[in-house]
Design a protein around this ligand. Structure first.
Ligand SMILES: COc1ccc(CNC(=O)c2ccc3nccnc3c2)cc1
Length: 326
């Protein structure tokens, strides 16, 4: 039959509303497929999280629920928005807006280092997304180029942070309960900032430093081939190299942001708020561009023209044919 058998395992509701076609991304926790909404022919991404992979380790199932509840709770222009959600006894299906520019990882891999102005535009949006998460007591914990998606192929575009499956909702409540009990056996760090919000949030600041380094330099700060030391040793020592041929064309202010984020001691590392105040980001042109992308005024653009019947039929036929390539 025309529909590949993977369609048959889909929730009826999902199948009635969308046609799922080829795979577009591969997350650690499942796959992402291109989908067309039958009624509008609009394109979506459907992220399929297979519970089976999680069944074995109890914590991983909690991860999936954490990711699901976070995805449904968060709402920010630079965070992937959940359009729809379904589940069967062995999988979760999360319908997300399709990010046509794909992963930042592939852009840097194919293009090499980004123009400083583009790196700044993307970095500012990442800071705003992570600032929003932190304000809502969420640590992402897995920020990397694969988890930064681009809304279009244009350099100047909206970016979105995705993949919250490693996220943690700050266990403040748990800490409060702990402090109600007798404190005599508790370690000092449980009482200091380092144990909860302070320390936790700083991990995302470090990852943003690595992301900015990759966007500006076109290569990762910590890598086997740069030193006889393992990557872990390089990270623990905060040892990274700004290769002159790549970095001489980059401003001192941009380098300053990287150096202040890639600080080993989390209590000395620049915070997200401090990064947003850094001189490098006080750039009116970039800020105006970012705000236009994040909060577009609602004038309808040509692209929003309703799809006419012929297009709908063509897209649906293409969609049905698509599984053949899968
Ligand atoms: C017309 O069909 C396409 C056009 C562009 C692409 C490139 N996008 C992608 O590869 C991609 C990957 C993972 C994603 N995760 C969530 C949301 N959107 C995503 C998009 C993929 C398909």
């Amino acid at each position: 039959d025309l529909m590949s058998d993977s369609q048959s395992a889909l929730p009826q509701e999902l199948q009635r509303k969308y046609v799922l076609t080829r795979q577009v991304g591969t997350g650690v926790c499942g796959e992402v497929k291109l989908a067309f909404e039958r009624s509008t022919c609009k394109k979506f991404a459907v992220k399929i999280i297979n519970k089976k992979n999680f069944q074995s380790e109890g914590t991983a199932t909690r991860n999936a629920e954490t990711e699901i509840e976070i995805l449904q709770r968060v709402n920010h222009p630079c965070l992937t928005k959940t359009e729809d959600f379904y589940q069967t006894e062995d999988s979760y299906y999360i319908v997300l807006e399709l990010m046509e520019g794909g992963e930042l990882f592939h852009k840097v891999k194919s293009q090499g280092q980004l123009k400083e102005s583009i790196a700044k535009l993307y970095f500012y949006q990442m800071l705003r997304a992570v600032q929003y998460l932190h304000t809502n007591g969420i640590i992402h914990r897995d920020l990397k180029p694969e988890n930064i998606l681009l809304s279009s192929h244009n350099d100047i575009c909206l970016i979105k942070v995705t993949d919250f499956n490693q996220s943690r909702i700050l266990e403040e409540a748990m800490l409060m309960r702990t402090l109600c009990g007798t404190p005599s056996y508790l370690a000092p760090e449980v009482f200091t900032r380092a144990s909860t919000t302070g320390y936790g949030l700083a991990v995302d600041a470090w990852s943003l430093g690595v992301l900015l380094f990759v966007c500006l330099g076109g290569y990762p700060p910590f890598h086997e081939s740069f030193s006889p030391k393992t990557i872990t040793e390089q990270i623990i020592g905060g040892e990274f190299t700004m290769v002159p041929s790549k970095w001489k064309q980059i401003s001192d202010q941009a380098k300053d942001v990287v150096k202040k984020l890639l600080v080993v001691d989390p209590t000395k590392r620049m915070t997200i708020e401090e990064a947003l105040q850094h001189p490098w980001l006080q750039d009116g042109e970039m800020l105006e561009m970012a705000h236009r992308l994040m909060y577009p005024t609602d004038e309808p653009s040509a692209g929003d023209a309703p799809v006419d019947e012929a297009d709908k039929i063509a897209a649906a036929a293409a969609a049905v044919a698509a599984p053949a390539e899968a």
